[in-house]
Each structure stands twice: as structure tokens, then as C-alpha cells.
Design a protein around this ligand. Structure first.
Ligand code: ZN
Length: 554
């Protein structure tokens, strides 16, 4: 068995040697393949510290510091990190990605009028003194790749490359400002991405190039081969709107059909700005919408403003697994089955019910949003989905069903509940529960009852022994309760034996907090499936069967 991988390697090498160009094509396709950990990721961390990892299913974090200390520590803990980079813009008068643009004004993209091109965010995000950089200039391309190599050496698994929208033409050559390597800006940018990804793979064969054009549906085809994961930024929720934005059907659902097979998308929802829906409802709606496409989901929000963000911690902890079926739409409700559960989205303004197909791995589901069980009655499960809602359900193995033993339960009660009352069940002694000790005496949920379990249905004989029930001895402490039983409490420190009459008190069996006053209880008859006043009865036990012995105070 151990030799198998080695043999596979030889076999692969042989195929390469013999098959020539076809094998080379296959290798090229392999190069474009995204790493398995990314393909299987479900949620991710966005701009957070390593302390945020606890309790999450994250395999990676983006927007992390580029320091050796951070990147090294993250790698040591087994989480992949992606520091931020851009090949689009830079600060003129600050060192950024290890260079100062003021030292290299010839790297700045040039407008039709021969002037430096200001960043597109100059007005909208007040990004003053930032300029577009020209990816077509050899010196600039080498500089950003040198910085990328540095963060890879420090332990990064790649970079999060922002602003992948180099649509602007550069007239640098026309005005003699710099020389271009490629005829078009798209070719230049695609080549820079290719080189960046090769560099990432050189240091981490399982590394990845994560990019953000904000809209995967319109990413130029030239950029996909070097992309492991694109980003859908402001996915459904954004910081520039007080409601969910876009059209769910047109903009958000079905995005997976506009992305090349095998590539991944990170959805980023900015929560906490929507005044029409709760933070939790938005979180679940965005999560379920993204996971419906098997995309990776994360959120950005201000914890100080949001307050209770437990909904996020719950969603980040989930491992729903890979899809086992395509997205399905029934009566405008979308759902998809995964290895460990399912997600639903009701994008309509009406409450909907969804009847799930038969044959789910378990007949019971855990509703993560409501924190309760659904189904389990046998037959298909029907879910009730509020308008404009996203939900996630996990398959839940029941602890009760398919139990091997004691499926048929006989519960014999006393009324009023009388502790330590003696019966016989099929000729053998049984006694009702009479309370127990922790740091105080507790009656407990089964006080005054006894319970018997059977593997098969059948007839059983119950005889009441204590026709008259008098005082009940209640121990003074946990330790005294052991001593009453003539055994020693494990770990007990008090060594000397005490007089039995000092170990407990004689209490009222119906109210063990009260001292017995001398008036006993007398049997008054049976209630339940068998009635009457005979001491001995026969009961057929199937499923849960309850019989009550009624008593009256004399
Ligand atoms: Zn240029």
C-alpha cells in the first residue's frame, strides 16, 4: 500500500514522456486547477486576527498583516493567509508594497491628455494622492512581484489581489513617459497575474491567487486561468445601502453559472448597514445564498456597532460539506442538499412551505437558525420558510430512534407523588424514586415514580406492597445518604461512624421538605389503562405506558 503513490508518480512521468503535447495540455489544465482546501472551503476570515479562528471552520483569512510574525504564526497554526495587494494603484508619497511612487513617476498610468491618471476612488472614497499604476511597465511589474515574493517567504499562502479592473488605457508610450511590454493593458495585466501565481506556487504549491474584480460575472476571460478564487464584493448587503441591494435572481443567484467550472468565488457581505432586516436575518440570507452555489462566504461588519454577532460565530462554525445535488427550485423556493445538511432561500415576500425529498441521511434535521429539531415524525419533512429568508439545516442523528433496548417503557406513578414506595413488578421488588443529594436535597423529575424498560411489548404484573405509606427517611447530606446505605462515600473525609438516627430525618413522603406528622397515606385505587382497587394488576406495555397508584391521606 505504501508504494502506491510512488508508482503513480512513475506512471504519470511515463504518460508525460510518451504522450507529448496532449500530456502537456493536461499539465496546463492542472496548473489552472485550484487547491482542494479552497474548493472545499465554506466560510473564511476577512481582516481578522488569529484569535478569531477559535470555533470556526475557516481554512484561510484574507486582508492580514504582511509581517513575518503574523504570517509565520498563522502558518504554524495551519491556517492559510492572504495579505492584501493591488496592481491598480499606489500612494504617491508613501512607501506602499515596498516602493514609493514618487521615486518612480514613470510607473504611473497616463491619461489621454498626458497627465497622471488619478485613482478611480479619488472622489468616491476620498483616496487623494493615489494614482493608477501601469501594469504594462517592466519596472513596475518587477517591483510588485518582488514584494509578493517577500510575503511568500514570510509564510503567506498567496495574496488577495484587489482592484482587478484594469480597463483604462494608458497613453504613457504616446507621451514618451514609459515603454509598454504588451500591445494591450489586458494582456499586460493577465501576464502580471500569471507571473504572480507562478511565484506563489513556487513557494507554496498549495497556495492560491485570490482576486477581486467585485463582479465575477464580468471578469475578462484572460484573467480566469491565473485566478483561484474571484470575489463577489458587497454580496447582497453593502455599506452604501440601507437595504439588501441588487436583484436576488439576476445579480446574486446563479452567479456560479457565469464562472468557469472548477474556479471558486469568495462572497463578501457587508452587514450592519441594512435597516430593513435584522443582522441575523441578513447573515443567514447572505450565507444561504452564497452556499447555494457552493461559494465561500464571509462578512465584514463593525462589531462595536452590531453588538450581538453570535449568528456569525454560528455560521462560521458550520461544515455543511460538499453539495450532493444541484440547486433545486420548488414553488420559487431554492434549496440544495449537501453532505451534512441543506440550505434554503425563500427570496419571495410570502411565507412558503418546502416538502423535502425522501431518503435524507437522517429523518431528523437541526434548524441552525431556530436552534431546534425539525422532522423526525417519519415520512418527508416539511419546512416552513419565512419571506426573504435564508436557512441552514444539519442532518441530525436522533438519540432515541433505532434504540436497541427499552423501547417499551412502563412508568408507574404514585399520586400524590410518594417517595420510596414499594411495589413488585413481575414478582420482583421495585421502589419509587425518593430524591437525592448534591449540596442540597433535590426531589428530581421522577420523584414518586418507578420506571421499567422492555425490549418487546408484553403483559406485566404490578403489585402494590406499601398499601399504607408512612414516614420517609431522608438523609441529611450526600455523605449521610451513603452511610444510610451502610457504605462509605468515595473520597469521604469524616472517618468515624455515626449513629444511624443522626444520618437522616423522618419526612412526609409527599413533601420531603416537611417533617412527617403522623397521618399516613392509604392506597385508593389505580388510574390509567387499568382501574380498580386490587393490589395486583396486569398491564400490557407497548411504547410508553403509564399507570398511577392513587393514595389518600388517612
Ligand atoms: Zn502605460
Amino acid at each position: 500500500m505504501k508504494r502506491a503513490p510512488f508508482l503513480c508518480l512513475i506512471a504519470a512521468a511515463l504518460v508525460m514522456a510518451l504522450a507529448g503535447p496532449a500530456a502537456a495540455q493536461m499539465a496546463a489544465a492542472d496548473l489552472e486547477k485550484i487547491p482542494a482546501w479552497l474548493a472545499e472551503s465554506e466560510t473564511y476570515g476577512f481582516g481578522v486576527g488569529l484569535e478569531a479562528l477559535s470555533g470556526t471552520a475557516w481554512k484561510f483569512i484574507t486582508h492580514v498583516p504582511d509581517t513575518a510574525e503574523f504570517l509565520g504564526e498563522a502558518r504554524r497554526r495551519g491556517v492559510r493567509t492572504f495579505p492584501y495587494m493591488t496592481f491598480y494603484q499606489a500612494y504617491l508619497a508613501m512607501t506602499y508594497q515596498d516602493f514609493r511612487l514618487s521615486d518612480h513617476p514613470d510607473w504611473i498610468l497616463v491619461n489621454t491628455n498626458g497627465r497622471w491618471a488619478p485613482t478611480g476612488f479619488w472622489e468616491s472614497e476620498d483616496a487623494k494622492n493615489m494614482y493608477c499604476t501601469c501594469p504594462n511597465v517592466a519596472g513596475y511589474a518587477d517591483a510588485v512581484l518582488a514584494y509578493l515574493e517577500k510575503v511568500m517567504k514570510r509564510g503567506a499562502s498567496g495574496i488577495f489581489l484587489d482592484n482587478v479592473h484594469p480597463n483604462r488605457e494608458c497613453y504613457g508610450e504616446n507621451f514618451g513617459k514609459h515603454k509598454h511590454m504588451f500591445p494591450t493593458q489586458v494582456e499586460a495585466f493577465a501576464d502580471l497575474m500569471r507571473r504572480a501565481r507562478e511565484l506563489i506556487k513556487k513557494y507554496d504549491p498549495d497556495g492560491a491567487l485570490l482576486i477581486n474584480s467585485a463582479d465575477p460575472a464580468s471578469l475578462p476571460a484572460e484573467f480566469w486561468p491565473s485566478t483561484d478564487a474571484e470575489m463577489s464584493e458587497s454580496y447582497i448587503c453593502t455599506w452604501v445601502a440601507t437595504d439588501r441591494w441588487g436583484d436576488w435572481h439576476k445579480n446574486w443567484n446563479g452567479l456560479d453559472k457565469k464562472v468557469p467550472a472548477g474556479k471558486q468565488v469568495c462572497c463578501l457581505s457587508y452587514l450592519g448597514h441594512d435597516t430593513k432586516h435584522s443582522f441575523k436575518d441578513d447573515a443567514y440570507f447572505c450565507y444561504a445564498s452564497a452556499r447555494m452555489m457552493n461559494f465561500i462566504w464571509g462578512a465584514g461588519y463593525d462589531k462595536a456597532k452590531v453588538g450581538d454577532d453570535s449568528a456569525m460565530r454560528t455560521l462560521y462554525s458550520l461544515t455543511v460539506g460538499q453539495p450532493t445535488a444541484p440547486e433545486t427550485v420548488v414553488d420559487d423556493v431554492h434549496y440544495r442538499l449537501f453532505k451534512n445538511g441543506l440550505v434554503t432561500v425563500n427570496p419571495t415576500d410570502a411565507e412558503k412551505t418546502l416538502k423535502l425529498p425522501a431518503g435524507l441521511p437522517t429523518p431528523l434535521l437541526w434548524d441552525v437558525y431556530e436552534e431546534k429539531e425539525v422532522g423526525g415524525q417519519g415520512g418527508p419533512i416539511t419546512l416552513t420558510l419565512p419571506p426573504q429568508s435564508g436557512r441552514v439545516y444539519l442532518f441530525k442523528p436522533s438519540s432515541a430512534r433505532d434504540r436497541e433496548h427499552n423501547q417499551h417503557q412502563l412508568i408507574v406513578r404514585t399520586q400524590p407523588s410518594l417517595g420510596k414506595t414499594r411495589f413488585e413488578l413481575d414478582g420482583q421488588p421495585m421502589m419509587t424514586y425518593g430524591g437525592r443529594w448534591t449540596t442540597e436535597y433535590i426531589k428530581g423529575p421522577n420523584y414518586g415514580d418507578f420506571i421499567a424498560g422492555f425490549d418487546a411489548p408484553g403483559w406485566h404484573t404490578i403489585t402494590l406492597v406499601d398499601e399504607v405509606r408512612k414516614e420517609m427517611l431522608v438523609a441529611n447530606s450526600y455523605e449521610d445518604a451513603y452511610a444510610l446505605n451502610e457504605t462509605k462515600m468515595p473520597g469521604a473525609t469524616a472517618g468515624a461512624a455515626r449513629a444511624p438516627d443522626r444520618l437522616g430525618k423522618y419526612m412526609d413522603p409527599s413533601e420531603p421538605g416537611k417533617v412527617f406528622e403522623g397521618k399516613p397515606f392509604r392506597f385508593a385505587g389505580w388510574a390509567g389503562p387499568v382501574k380498580g382497587k386490587k393490589k395486583t394488576i396486569r398491564v400490557y406495555v407497548e411504547g410508553k405506558t403509564e399507570v398511577t397508584a392513587k393514595f389518600e391521606r388517612e
